[in-house]
Design a protein around this ligand. Structure first.
Ligand code: KG4
Ligand code: ZN
Length: 329
């Protein structure tokens, strides 16, 4: 079964073609970082306009890279939410148009379900139940993954997402957007014990990052940014500690043998290293996608769409984009 996946929920325009849920025939991601960089954050109107400008060339490249034709495709999967409505509309409408005109099946995919499927590429026989940590620019949520496609929310952030904590923290420090990769890069040369930024103590499996963000702003006002690498390492270390500690607690409380980490922040080198070490000590299996499949991409959408289409599901042509939508199984 060959699936074309399309993703446009935020500022990445992406298309991918995946065979049998395990072989990537092509994957194209067109970033808009340069468009939004000067505003220090994503401007929704610009994001939708740029998706329109990019979507045809992204789709064309995905088809030509795959060495197959549209006629060989069995179904089209596209993100329908959550995300920016204007952005979602572009990819979703394109996916419907392609599926309708080529007489293929069509399925809408929840963006977070896509992220949670990304690790299946490298770990097709991953163990369930697993504790799933989704850490992106818009989400920080802990799930119990009972089996593929079956999720229970254990906790989530009560304010900012971990990606926002990285991006807004970077903005405070005068770094370019998106700030996550910048802090990661600078922190590699810094000392994480340089300054003890606060770790929030939220009940159970919830998270909070706004106190940490404020603490960085106060620090900067008092001391400036002279030891930038050390500040980045210390700030990053607080985020990593909060994410890893809660995830390990959840794994222990729910007696699972594996941990799944996904979303853009799962690219973070300190987070990956820490999870690897802790999982080795606790004899837990760790499923983290390769870096390119952590940030938004269309392979993950094709993988999630494949599972649904294979089980006989499809979406109506009237499927509308949704800004907010819970992940239900
Ligand atoms: O999953 P994603 O591409 O988009 C959303 O669905 O939100 O995640 C984007 C987020 C941004 O906040 C970005 O700063 C963060 O992922 N990110 C990182 C790194 N690479 C991307 N955060 C920390 N370290 C990184 N290396
Ligand atoms: Zn995402």
């Amino acid at each position: 079964m060959i699936i074309l996946g399309i993703e446009s929920s935020c500022d990445e325009t992406a298309a991918a073609i995946v065979q049998n849920g395990n072989k990537v025939l092509s994957s194209v991601v067109q970033s808009q970082d340069l468009v939004h960089e000067k505003y220090g954050g994503i401007v929704p109107e610009l994001a939708s306009r740029n998706h329109i400008g990019n979507i045809f060339s992204v789709l064309n490249r995905a088809i030509s890279d795959s060495n197959i034709s549209l006629a060989d495709i069995d179904g089209v999967a596209a993100t329908y939410g959550p995300g920016l409505i204007g952005s979602l509309l572009v990819g979703l409408t394109m996916a419907k148009a392609v599926a309708f005109s080529a007489n293929k099946k069509f399925i809408g995919v929840h963006h977070i379900e896509g992220h949670l499927h990304a690790s299946h590429l490298q770990f097709p026989n991953g163990q369930f139940p697993s504790i799933g940590l989704v850490v992106s620019g818009g989400h920080t949520t802990l799930y119990k993954l009972k089996q593929r496609g079956c999720y229970e929310i254990l906790g989530q952030t009560k304010d900012d997402a971990a990606g926002e904590a990285f991006d807004k923290g970077a903005k405070t420090l005068g770094l370019k957007f998106p700030g996550g990769p910048e802090i990661d890069r600078l922190a590699q040369k810094g000392d994480p014990s340089f300054h003890a930024f606060p770790r929030s103590q939220m009940p159970k499996f919830d998270f909070s990052f706004s106190g940490l963000k404020t603490s960085l702003a106060i620090y900067k006002k008092k001391y400036g940014t002279r030891h930038l690498e050390n500040i980045c390492a210390s700030y990053q270390s607080a985020i990593v500690d909060m994410l890893v500690d809660k995830t390990l607690n959840a794994a222990q409380a729910h007696k699972v043998k594996s941990i799944t980490v996904c979303g853009g922040v799962a690219r973070n080198s300190a987070l990956r290293k820490r999870f690897k070490t802790e999982c080795e000590i606790r004899k837990l299996e760790l499923y983290i996608p390769e870096a390119e499949f952590c940030t938004d991409n269309a392979v993950m959408i094709a993988l999630a769409g494949y599972e649904k289409l294979k089980s006989g599901l499809s979406s109506p042509w009237s499927l509308a984009p949704k800004a907010y939508i819970p992940l239900l199984n």
